[in-house]
Every structure is written in C-alpha cells, then in structure tokens.
Design a protein around this ligand. Sequence first.
Ligand SMILES: Cc1cc2nc3c(=O)[nH]c(=O)nc-3n(C[C@H](O)[C@H](O)[C@H](O)COP(=O)(O)OP(=O)(O)OC[C@H]3O[C@@H](n4cnc5c(N)ncnc54)[C@H](O)[C@@H]3O)c2cc1C
Length: 372
Amino acid sequence: MEKTESADVVIVGAGVIGCSIAYHLAKEGVPVLILERGRVGQEASWASAGILTHGRPASTHPYERLATLSRNLFEPLVKELIELSGVDPEYRPSGGVHIFLDEEGVERAKNYYRGSVMTGLEVEFLEPADLFELEPALNREARAAIRFPGDASIRPPRLVRALSLASQRLGTRILEHSPVVGMEVRSGRVTAILTPEERIQGGSFVLATGAWSGLVGDRVGVDLPVYSSKGEIVLLESLPGKLGQIVNNDGHYLVPRSDGKLLVGATEEAVGFDKTSTVHGVLELLEWAFHVAPGLSDATFVTSWAGLRPAVRRGGPYLGRLKDFQNLYVATAHNSNGMLLSPASGLLMSQLLTNRPTSLTLEPFAAPFEAD
Ligand SMILES: Cc1cc2nc3c(=O)[nH]c(=O)nc-3n(C[C@H](O)[C@H](O)[C@H](O)COP(=O)(O)OP(=O)(O)OC[C@H]3O[C@@H](n4cnc5c(N)ncnc54)[C@H](O)[C@@H]3O)c2cc1C
C-alpha cells in the first residue's frame, strides 16, 4: 500500500546542493525531508576534485558575487560541520598556481595577473625561479606562473557526509532509494511528490537533482535545459609534500592531498549518463600531468573514476522558484563549481524558502524554460 510522508520542505536529491540547503534550513528549525534516488552523495558530489577557487571580489557580475560569498562562507562552515557531525571535510588552504608553458606564456601570465588585480583578487606573479623554488616537481620550461594564495581544496565525499549528518542531527530526515517519478499539481501548486512507493506532501518542493534535473523536470512537467557533462579523474600517489599546492594549466589541474595522494583532473565530454573511466580519458590526464610535473614520474597509479556535472549552455546555476509554480523551486546547474558554490546556494535557498531577505538577489539565477 502507498505510504504518505510530509515535511515543510521536501528536497529531491542528496548531493552537496540538496544537503547544503537542508543544513541551512535545519539550522533555522525547518522540518526537511530529502528524497534520494540512490544513496547520499554518491554522484557528482562524490566524484568532484574539491577545488575551492575564488570569486572576484571587486566584480559586480552576479556569478562572481555568488562565488565570493560562497568562498567566504567556507571556513566558518567547515568548523561548524566538524563540531556538529564529527566529520572533517579536510579543508586545505594550500593556494594554487597557474603555470604557463607556451611561448606567449609570459604575456598571458602578465595579462591574467593584471586582470586578477583589477578584480580585487590576492594574486602573485612568479618568475620561473620563484616557481621552481616553491614547486620543484613542475616542468622547468615554464615561462611564468601566477599564484592565488586564497585557493583551497576539500574532500568532497567528506563534505557531503558532514552536511548530511549535521542536517540529520538538527532534525532533517533522508529517504534513500526513493526516486521521484511524478508530482501532483493543483492550480499551480504542487500538492505532493511521488516515488514508486510513497506520496510525499509538503509546503515547498526543491529539485536539487544535479545532472538529472532535465530528466526529473520531464517527469514533473518542467523543461529544465540541464545536461550531463562527464568528467574523468585519475588518482595517483606520491611522497607527501612532493607537490604543495593546486596546479592549473590549460583547463586541467593537479590537487595534492596531505597524505601524498594526487588528483589529476578533469576531462570534459557530453556523452549522456555514461560514468565509465575510459582509456582515452586516463591517457589525456596522465600525459598532461607528466608534461606539467615531470617530477611526479615516480608516482603510482591508484585508481580512476568519472562523474556527471550538471551543465547548461548559458548561465547557471539556477537558484529560485520556478515561475509557473507557487511552491516548486530549483537549485541546480552548478556545472564545474558546485562544491565552491554549495555554501552560498544552501544559504540563499534557505533564505528564500523561509521568506527572509536573500543575501544576494536571485533574479540573475532564474531558471529559463527550454522555450525561452
Ligand atoms: C570530475 C568532476 C570534478 C569536479 N571538480 C570540482 C571542483 O574541483 N570544484 C567544484 O567546486 N566543483 C567541482 N565539480 C562540480 C561539482 O562536483 C558539482 O557541481 C556538484 O557536485 C553538483 O552537486 P549536485 O548536488 O547538484 O549534484 P549531484 O551530486 O549529482 O547530486 C544530485 C543527486 O540527485 C539525485 N537524483 C537524481 N534524480 C533523482 C530522482 N529522480 N529522485 C531522487 N533523487 C534523484 C542523484 O542520485 C544525486 O545524488 C566537479 C565535478 C566533476 C564531475
């Protein structure tokens, strides 16, 4: 027989975004229920590299303001989560370098440096000698580098675990293995959301379904133009400290962890919902890694994986109420920066859902329908 559940706010999807919204609502005393198709935090939010870059503090662009707000929320959030959940998300304020290896490298580095200074970022220009003193494992042919001391990383699976445990301590309920398959709507108001076994009633409903948001939208009659962008990652192991900070070059990156593990990421491909780790993906990453950091050639191969980013062709993320519904909200399309943007997304959505003023205007993040 069909069971009935209810909560003030029902969130669909227990990735970093759904869990962050739940956490911020639970802190306000709001009863929340999360419905998760599989298990908590096993999709993009597990596969992620966990780099926390920066917003551009002096920029008025809505995305940069969102990133700056989120970045500033991270450190206090991590402290709170450790206290409440007992799980350490391993926030590591290592800083990050962007290295330039091509002939125009010096010019490109100078331009990047100037642009960064103008937008209020803390940034350093590194001559090759400074770079090699800092990171001896990197390619000696680098022409220049710039360094962002504020860049950091976290361990994504740990962040999601900490958020979900802390939310549950504050009263949130999570139903795993509960895929949402439909929705009941009366006069523009969602009255219940349906899983194969349950009918869930609520005051408000939030779709935080990552790369599956388009599919979930179809199931509930909403056109959300979100597609899946596959990213592959390789995990290596070297001596702890062999690389001190995050290294970026030509769209790829190396993320060192304190235990000597090193993430090499990431590829980018629109190939539907395939999450396999491929030979071409692993090769692309390893070739790039050993070109940029030949000093890591003694590293050992540990494993590889892939995850699906929630991507959109224009704009994103989408944060807000869907315009044809009184109580249906969306928080998705965070693409390559969902970890970075998760604290602000959780805070802003919780402010919206509890009718409080939002710390930033959410208008620029309204979800377009496919026909727009
Ligand atoms: C390889 C890779 C590297 C990345 N690196 C970084 C990085 O360094 N820094 C950064 O900030 N970001 C990074 N990202 C991006 C970041 O991981 C994502 O933007 C973020 O995890 C998205 O979170 P989410 O909660 O929206 O999606 P997800 O974590 O995918 O969660 C969505 C959840 O919804 C559930 N769901 C789907 N359909 C249903 C349904 N019908 N019913 C119930 N539940 C459903 C899914 O099972 C899933 O658990 C990376 C992503 C990848 C793939």
